[in-house]
Design a protein around this ligand. Structure first.
Ligand code: AVI
Length: 325
């Protein structure tokens, strides 16, 4: 598919199944991948523009200042550029523009769960970079892995996994995911991953519990989505957002907490969900790493760290890894 056509719609909807399972479990748990409906996409844009959400600016700083070093570290200007969880691609475009200026020979393959942002990204690329070959695909990470596996092996693959998306896996799951990703790559292929670094816990806490309540709205929108798509009857006033940051394991965790004992009907699931007062639903983990954690993760998943690109505040790192023989 070229940059002017619409992204392929390939995702199978497991929303209803996952919601039913997550709300029937104890403790209750829902995946943050379901935050991203049209309203969620907009709220995430708002989050990225918040002064407290430092991750976006930090990675922007890295790409702006170190794009030449990044391309140089690739060691070759011919590659397949695959982006997992591409989002709106704002920061990636800094790299794309530079790679094009340097006449690198590459196709850009963004993969994202949100068709809305992906369509926007494909359209933006077509406008801004008419010469860029774009092949955009809607899908989650499982879909992404199967696509990477299907790719022919003529060109070296460079996989981008930016913005701290890896943090949305708890550490053991991150390891499993990267190991699986490694099985889809060949020795010498590259992985550029954005890791949010462990830092002053107050800074992290504020990024996920902003005073304006944008993050709270982002998380609670999941209940609105269940109401709309599955005939749920969640009353948002009876729930609240709660955030914790554990500086030991680096996990920032988001919860939706029921403020009272209540029953919530979800018509299309024919489900009546009981919440005890102050019962929580775990909705998101945003893990933070130290450089040592990153080195260990690379080692344990078959990669070698080629270079760490750190922003000026040392808040965030884009870590370039190469798959070992
Ligand atoms: C997409 N992901 C990296 C964001 C994060 O920081 O975990 C999602 C997010 N959740 C709350 N704020 C931002």
């Amino acid at each position: 598919m070229n940059s002017t056509s619409s992204p392929t719609i390939t995702e199978t909807s497991t929303f209803a199944v996952d919601i039913e399972e997550g709300l029937s479990n104890y403790p209750k748990q829902l995946s943050s991948k379901y935050f991203y409906d049209a309203v969620g996409d907009q709220l995430f844009q708002d989050i990225m523009a918040m002064p407290e959400y430092y991750l976006t600016n930090a990675e922007h700083d890295i790409f702006t200042r170190q794009k030449a070093a990044i391309l140089e570290a690739f060691g070759d200007t011919t590659f397949e550029l695959i982006e997992l969880g591409a989002g709106d691609g704002t920061k990636t475009k800094i790299l794309l523009e530079y790679f094009l200026q340097q006449e690198a020979d590459f196709t850009y393959r963004p993969i994202d769960i949100s068709g809305n942002v992906l369509k926007q990204l494909a359209d933006d690329c077509a406008q801004q970079f008419p010469k860029l070959k774009v092949d955009a695909v809607k899908g989650d990470y499982t879909k992404a892995l199967s696509l990477i596996k299907e790719e022919d092996n003529h060109r070296r693959k460079v996989v981008l996994f930016l913005g701290g998306n890896i943090g949305n896996f708890p550490l053991p799951n991150a390891k499993t995911f990267i190991r699986e990703l490694a099985t889809c790559l060949s020795p010498g292929d590259l992985l550029l991953t954005g890791f949010d670094l462990k830092k002053d816990p107050k800074v992290v806490q504020l990024a996920y519990d902003d005073p304006a309540g944008i993050t709270a709205a982002f998380n609670l929108n999941l209940l609105t989505r269940i109401n709309r798509e599955l005939g749920g009857e969640f009353d948002l006033d009876k729930f609240m957002h709660w955030e914790t940051y554990n500086p030991l394991n680096g996990e920032a965790r988001s919860y939706i907490v029921s403020k009272e004992d209540q029953l919530v009907q979800i018509e299309q699931l024919q489900l009546s969900v009981h919440f005890a007062a102050w019962e929580a639903i775990a909705v998101e983990v945003s893990a933070k790493y130290s450089e040592r954690d990153i080195a260990e993760l690379a080692e344990e998943t078959g990669f070698v760290v080629n270079h760490n690109f750190v922003d000026q505040k040392a808040y965030f790192v884009d870590s370039l890894w190469e798959l070992k023989q």
